[in-house]
Design a protein around this ligand. Structure first.
Ligand SMILES: *[C@@H]1O[C@H](CO)[C@@H](O)[C@H](O)[C@H]1NC(C)=O
Ligand SMILES: *[C@@H]1O[C@H](CO)[C@@H](O)[C@H](O)[C@H]1NC(C)=O
Ligand SMILES: *[C@@H]1O[C@H](CO)[C@@H](O)[C@H](O)[C@H]1NC(C)=O
Length: 236
């Protein structure tokens, strides 16, 4: 586009400048030698215009190429961010969906029922932990059965506490799961005498050696703790 416009402008200038420079300089009476003299500058002018056009074309091409490769790069990073999990581990699925034969979890995630779980390394606040899970297309774990809790605690370090996806954002003891699963009072696994403090709005799983069991405990959301992320199986 840019090259075409420049081309049109150049032609216009060349045509208008040609007669302007020739006419005042052209003396009357000796047309034949004048004509042969004129053809050389004209040729030079056309050559110059041609060179100029070639240069402009090259520049336009380079600019276009740069833009295009930038576009390709952007597309690639987009693809990478949507396909965060490049390595999957799959097993034959019992899913009722006959077209989906394999049920998969990303590499290094564990699988239980139709969910995948991951234990990120490094302690973070509850909000940061939730964000970190979202960054992996997952969410903080939502525990809905004793079997699920027993499975996820199997791989846990008893000296570490792990945030789960349960919190009380308004501070009114209205417990909410991050994925909007309804809070079911009869499927909760609080330690005895927990939750204990109205100022503690986030829930973590920790191990109590005296009771020899894992359970839920309310904690201040700013505390830096481990966490567990969860996602639904990927069906292929
Ligand atoms: C999956 O299918 C196998 C064999 O068909 C069965 O033994 C197993 O219990 C099933 N598992 C689940 C979680 O349904
Ligand atoms: C899985 O874990 C191993 C060992 O911690 C690590 O080297 C590897 O990069 C991980 N793979 C993925 C896909 O995260
Ligand atoms: C609540 O949990 C109990 C015990 O696991 C279960 O029997 C019941 O169906 C659950 N209720 C709802 C609404 O999910």
């Amino acid at each position: 586009m840019a090259a075409e416009i420049t081309y049109a402008e150049l032609r216009f200038k060349a045509e208008s400048s040609g007669p302007n420079t020739d006419n005042p300089a052209a003396p009357e009476g000796k047309p034949t030698p004048q004509r042969s003299n004129l053809s050389l500058p004209k040729m030079l002018v056309s050559l110059l215009i041609f060179l100029l056009l070639a240069i402009i074309f090259c520049i336009a091409f380079i600019i276009f190429f740069q833009k295009y490769s930038q576009l390709l790069k952007e597309k690639k990073t987009l693809k990478e961010s949507t396909q965060k999990h490049t390595e999957l581990e799959c097993k034959r699925s019992n899913s009722s969906r006959k077209d989906k034969v394999w049920s998969c979890c990303p590499k290094n995630w564990t699988s239980f029922s139709s969910y995948c779980y991951f234990y990120p390394t490094g302690a973070k606040s509850w909000a940061e932990s939730a964000e970190r899970c979202s960054g992996m297309d997952a969410h903080l774990v939502v525990i809905t059965s004793k079997e699920e809790q027993d499975f996820i605690t199997e791989n846990m370090n008893i000296k570490t506490a792990y945030y789960v996806g349960l919190s009380d954002p308004q501070g009114q003891r209205h417990w909410q799961w991050v994925d909007q699963t309804p809070y079911n009072e009869s499927a909760t696994f609080w330690h005895p005498n927990e939750p204990s403090d109205k100022d503690e709005h986030c829930v973590m799983l920790n191990y109590r050696p005296l009771l020899q069991q894992w359970g839920w405990n309310d904690a201040r959301c700013e505390l830096l703790q481990g966490s567990v992320c969860e996602m639904v199986n990927i069906y292929l």
